[in-house]
Design a protein around this ligand. Structure first.
Ligand SMILES: Cc1ncc(COP(=O)(O)O)c(C=O)c1O
Length: 404
């Protein structure tokens, strides 16, 4: 594809605080928040500090405004959405509540070997500690078709399966799992589903009502570019009365808007910073004002182009897809590096010597590079990545010694 075909955006790196001397291609790990959204957050912090008591008196109503805006965006009823600090916390809340009320020794959580480590630890703490089993389906690398992934997961389902817990988009490998199909099939068999959509909001479009999960969490602070500490947990109607927080606060002992038990218990957790949530309506306007479908199209196109370029031009680098066909819907690209690549050495060289920030690591024994394209990433940044990786493999690449 020629550069003329790449849609033009009204955003660029100057809209972020990102350092100009770094080629920043790892939006995926922690996101990056634009200056205008940070300024909006600052207004909320200032308002809080000008009259803290009044601010907290008015907080419930303001949080509802945010929830309604997000409900419209995610196609969900606002009373089913509770803002959480991050996806890790949301997974802890569900693991804790299910571990306590719904699961017993011998029950099984069916999942994949591509899940985020911190989330696995949350299940470990709250459910496995009570005798629940964690059953992983192995997803082949390079990755296979959506149907084959579904079948591999289903091979692990037994009559002891209580819940299926799967990422919508996997962190280490950027695989998009066929979650709609998974939820449908699970529902037919009376199995609960929990989708970890930490990477989903704004990277892909979501419709929580039709997706069909029992629980869904997502981060706004990644691809939606909101302040750090803005995420959500969505809970289906059936569970609205059962989900309790990790730390108990006032719940409905103080006046609430009575939107749902789930919200009464989980939203107000005492004195903390609510500004990331209050900033969300502004962030949604920002998204719309920059014509998000165009941002999505451009990021996806540039990601694909860079991935393909890397694969085509650098010997030894392979596609993450068995059939070589990339997903096409993502802002994140992953390639398999040559076997024996010293990933720590490569990562350090890319950053220390060339100021290129990407993820280079070994995942289940495979050396992998993950890079992200967002509106602050230019074509030149992507070209620099390609050239720098080429340079690394031409001048620096020393294979790891085989283990004796
Ligand atoms: C799939 C997945 N789940 C959960 C998380 C945790 O997100 P957070 O650190 O915002 O809790 C991540 C973070 O990258 C992730 O990729």
């Amino acid at each position: 594809m020629s550069s003329q075909e790449l849609p033009k955006l009204s955003l660029s790196k100057k809209d972020w605080k990102l350092r100009k001397d770094i080629t920043f291609l790892n939006h995926g790990s922690y996101g990056a928040c634009p200056i205008s959204i940070l300024e909006e957050q600052r207004k909320w912090v200032d308002l809080m500090e000008e009259q803290p008591v009044l601010f907290f008196r008015e907080l419930n109503a303001r949080m509802r405004v945010s929830r309604e805006a997000i409900g419209t965006y995610l196609h969900a009823k606002p009373e089913n959405i509770c803002f959480m600090t991050n996806a890790t916390y949301a997974v802890n809340v569900i693991a804790h509540s299910l571990g306590k009320y719904y699961m017993e020794e011998g029950d099984e959580i069916v999942t994949t070997d591509q899940e985020y480590g911190a989330c696995k630890r949350a299940w470990d703490e709250h459910a496995m500690a009570r005798g629940v089993k964690w059953v992983e389906a192995v997803m082949p690398i390079p990755c296979v078709s959506a149907n084959e992934m579904l079948e591999r997961l289903w091979e692990k389902v037994t009559r002891r399966t209580k819940i299926i817990f799967v990422s919508h988009i996997s962190s280490p490998t950027a695989i998009r799992f066929p979650v709609e199909e998974m939820c449908k099939r699970a529902r037919e068999q009376g199995i609960m589903t929990f989708i970890d959509g930490a990477h989903a909001p704004a990277q892909i479009d979501l419709n929580l009502e039709t997706l069909g999960a029992d629980f869904y969490t997502g981060n706004f602070h990644k691809w939606m570019c909101t302040p750090k500490g803005s995420a959500f947990l969505w809970v289906s109607d059936k569970f609205l009365k059962k989900i309790t927080p990790l730390w108990v606060s006032w719940g409905s002992w103080i006046p609430t808007l009575k939107d749902s038990y789930f919200l009464d218990e989980n939203e107000f957790l005492g004195t903390r910073d609510y500004s990331p949530f209050l900033t969300l309506p502004f962030a949604l306007n920002w998204l719309h004002s920059h014509n998000w479908p165009t941002v999505q199209l451009r990021n996806r196109t540039l990601q694909l182009r860079t991935t393909l370029k890397l694969i085509q031009t650098i010997p030894g680098i392979r596609s993450m897809q068995k059939d070589g066909k990339p997903d096409g819907q993502l802002f994140m690209g992953v390639v398999l590096l040559p076997e024996g690549t010293n990933t720590e050495g490569m990562k350090a060289w890319l950053y220390d010597q060339r100021q290129v920030e990407v993820v280079v690591h070994k995942w289940l024994g495979h050396p992998i590079m993950r890079f992200s394209v967002h509106a602050h990433v230019s074509e030149e940044d992507c070209d620099r990545l390609v050239q720098t990786v080429k340079e690394y493999f031409t001048t620096q690449h020393i294979l790891e010694r085989p283990k004796l």
